[in-house]
Design a protein. Structure first.
Length: 361
């Protein structure tokens, strides 16, 4: 009889969580979010909820919530893919800054990955990076069946793009003209940074509990989060940040089902999309990472950029894992450069910078 059965399932889960809490807290005991002055007191973090929306169904029937801003007939579509335990709102600042910058010359598309935000839940067998790659292909087919596309992914979202490239190389030959890979890696997450905590018997016990009695684990979500949340929170930021920003990012983590959290751990541990690098080798790319990122250490991003021959490597000084929230303008500027390089490489006209048009007239 295994440990969970001997202790009683709920007691086993809680006990394992307590052990995991100690392990997680020990791993990050010197890393805490430093709250700085409140610079986002008037920021409307609910803006994206009012953008036009649609549902895209995946191959296994999971509904994905998609939101977009910009002209449906815009000559370029830029699709943003969020990371683990986040949702599309993690691109809040890019949505506001780039929509203002590009106006109607580009359409911005955001969606919640399966099991996250407003999208449907996933089965354990469907909670894989490979499946996320197929989900992304379904989103591209639904929202941009024609015309050039640029894909931008953060963390697990970047892994999603790599998985799509491996499985659908023809899509990247014909349609995808540029990729942005932020705070992500092609392989080896479980061998670097705090990702090493994924290879942990405590995590294995929770995976078993999720598969055998998910309802009980959901009831113990507070205990279960004691394993993962300290790691994710400690890795979020490398500098002092707005208290409202901390509340905003913590809210995304708190709203993710613990079943989703656990279901995706194995695929993150085993993640290896190295085969995709040959597909993307000559595609204009952005590789951006904070040098204080404890989840994806900067050398991992440097290695990724080396494999992509037409990439710009951006090192964001002192940034943690949530670089798009911590240094939004740096991130948006880098994405803008990527888009302009990608469009120019295909002989097209780059998006109009509405700020320059306003300044000129």
């Amino acid at each position: 009889m295994n440990l969970l059965n001997r202790l009683g399932l709920f007691g086993g889960v809680a006990g394992v969580a307590a052990i995991g809490a100690l392990a997680g807290l020990n791993a990050v005991k010197t890393a805490t979010t430093r709250r700085g002055p409140e610079i986002y007191g008037d920021e409307d973090f609910t803006l994206m909820s009012r953008d036009r929306s649609r549902i895209v169904d995946t191959e296994d029937g999971v509904p994905l919530l998609v939101r977009e801003v910009g002209d449906d007939d815009a000559p370029l579509t830029v699709i943003f893919v969020h990371g683990y335990c986040l949702r599309m709102e993690s691109w809040h600042f890019q949505r506001t800054q780039l929509a203002q910058r590009w106006g109607e010359t580009a359409r911005l598309v955001f969606y919640d990955q399966r099991g996250h935000g407003g999208s449907g839940a996933s089965t354990p067998s469907g909670s894989t990076i490979a499946q996320l790659g197929r989900d992304l292909a379904a989103v591209v087919d639904a929202v941009a069946p024609s015309g050039p596309v640029v894909l931008v992914g953060h963390s697990m979202g970047g892994m999603t793009i790599l998985a799509a490239a491996r499985q659908f190389p023809e899509l990247f030959e014909d349609r995808v003209i540029g990729v942005g890979l932020l705070s992500t890696t092609a392989a080896g997450l479980n061998k670097s940074g705090l990702g090493r905590n994924l290879n942990n018997p405590v995590i294995d016990a929770f995976r078993l509990a999720v598969r055998t009695a998910p309802g009980v684990v959901q009831q113990a979500r507070g205990a279960a989060r004691a394993i993962i949340s300290p790691i994710l929170r400690a890795a979020s930021y490398g500098t002092e940040v707005s208290p409202r920003l901390v509340e905003f990012s913590d809210g995304m983590l708190n709203n993710v089902s613990v079943i989703t959290i656990v279901n995706f751990l194995e695929t993150l541990e085993l993640h290896d999309e190295s085969e995709s690098l040959s597909v993307l080798a000559d595609t204009p790319a952005l590789v951006l990472c904070g040098d204080a990122d404890m989840i994806i250490p900067f050398p991992s991003s440097k290695a990724l950029a080396t494999a992509l021959h037409r990439s710009e490597l951006v090192r964001v000084r002192d940034a943690g894992h949530l670089v798009e929230l911590e240094f939004p303008q740096v991130t948006s500027d880098a994405i803008d450069r990527l888009v302009r390089r990608a469009v120019s490489s295909r002989g097209g006209a780059a998006p109009v910078d509405e700020r320059e048009r306003t300044d000129a007239g």
